[in-house]
Ligand binder design. Sequence first.
Ligand SMILES: *[C@@H]1O[C@H](CO)[C@@H](O)[C@H](O)[C@H]1NC(C)=O
Length: 637
Amino acid sequence: MAHRRRSHPNLYSYPPLPILLLAAAAIFLLCASPSSSAKSETEILLKFKESLENAAELSSWNPSQPPCEGERHNWEGVMCEDGKVRGLNLNGMGLKGTLDVESLVELPDLRVFAVIDNNFEGSLPDFNKMGAVKHVYLSHNKFSGEIPSNGFQGMSSLKKLHLNNNGFVGAIPTSLATLSKLIELMLENNKFDGSLPNFKQERFTMVNFSNNLLVGEIPPALSKLNASSFHGNAGLCGAPLKPCDVHPKLSTGTKAVVGMALAAALVAILLVIIILAKRKPVSAAEEGAATAQVAAAQRKAPQDEMDKIEKGSTASSSTAARSTAPSSAPPAETRRAEQSVKLSFLIEDREKFGLPDLLKASAEILGNGIFGATYKAALSTGPVMVVKRFKHMNIVGKEDFHEHMRRLGRLSNQNLLPVVAFYYRKEEKLLVSDFVDNCSLAFHLHGKNRSGSSSLDWPKRLKVVKGVAKGIAYLYTELPSLTAPHGHLKSTNVLLNSSHEPLLNDYGLLPVVNLEHAQAHMIAYKAPEFRQGGRITKKTDVWSLGILILEILTGKFPEKFAQQSKGSEGDLASWVESAIGDGEGAAEEVFDKEIKNGCPEEMMKLLKIGMSCCEVDVEKRWDIKQAVKSIEEVREK
Ligand SMILES: *[C@@H]1O[C@H](CO)[C@@H](O)[C@H](O)[C@H]1NC(C)=O
């Protein structure tokens, strides 16, 4: 009885109701009357001025008139908009003393802060408290000291940051690499050292790291900048400067050089493995460094996890264990073969090979995608593999990455290109799949000699659409937790086998790709709902499918449309819409002239399906079920 009362306390064990009401009223009053506690802009700025020294030029800052009236400023150096303080421009005023960021934070509309060419010294004030500020100019002062790595964390609105010509030392704060809006970053003429953070912003307009003490490789996202942005740092290498020694340049395109580059990358990876293995010596060391690390990984996995794996449970989250300890005990020979490699295999009934085998294989570069280079490697035993390097996949840790790869490894569908194996290293990942000989859909649609035998007739195009739809529907069913289960559907990621059956590639990667990189490059983030509302939805892949259908029918390359006009009106769907809007006759005009054996009615039916999938209004857009059902109903004749 007593026990039951304890687990169901009666009303009297809570504070009496009147007290609760009073407390609620007090909280309400505190929150609802900001005017009583919030200071005016006049008060805030005067407080800010108090901690400045040598502020003779700010004599106009006095309470006799407000700082701003409409767009006009009464106070020197105050930038006004709509009667509000939008910015402070205190350049070249000989100011010293302390920058009272605490006060600035209280100015809700402050977007610009400039104190170029003054005499401020000491360490950088806590600007990251000003989450909404867009432009910060501190150039030509005497600031010094290290900036903490999270010094700019949370400044998601920051577009321009000028810290040049000061005395900053230490590493460039890594938090700068996370600011997606940043377009100007001037850090030249300081004493920053160490390597550059892995900047991923590709929209930089002005960046300067010159005359610091920086070393190491320039991140790929910065490689297109002017070399003068990096001069005066003896230790920096890589494009646009001279290549770094360990990575021979890929651009000459000859097989040999590419092979060497891949070899160099793999050697680097092997070196890391060896170093890792040396750090934790294990009994199996004599079987070789790679084996040692596998053993270490196995040892770390708790016994119950191992048991789960041995029983073939899919819930395991332990590291590389699954690939090295398959469900049924393999013959000793296979086990040794698996352990001598460091690739994690996702498909069990495969001939196993390792990085060394890929190293020996003759390699050829297939292309450079948004993630990194893709190589084709022919193993000496026959199979031809494709190895993709991924450089923008370091948001998830090793266990989560393995877990996600195993999820992808369990997928099996005739319209998906399986991931055969993968390799995990903190800075980069390799995904290995089979080489598909018959090129991508993009090549068939837009390749140079497409009017020859490689051109696709209507039955083939319909087959491709149906296959792609099946593959996407399968992904929706099997990866229900992903908002966009494919995420990167486009014609270059649809491979055709010898019987023109489409195979989807690069699917299911959104959870492991760095968000910024994904948002800048992946197809899901080109959808109107992201451009307009900043989010993707369960119907985003349907939109990509629609665009693909329109591309297949019109022979037009969607990315060209996207480039020509940045707005949502510039995509292929709107072009088709306006073209068919001109009347039935004009509708015929939108189809690719290369389509042979076409059936106009059925083609028109498919075109309309494509349009429905591209509906801008997500509410009205079809879901995947309806799209697949309608596609199934289209006939060849
Ligand atoms: C970077 O700064 C250095 C030193 O001030 C200057 O010589 C160089 O022209 C600048 N480069 C760019 C791209 O702004």
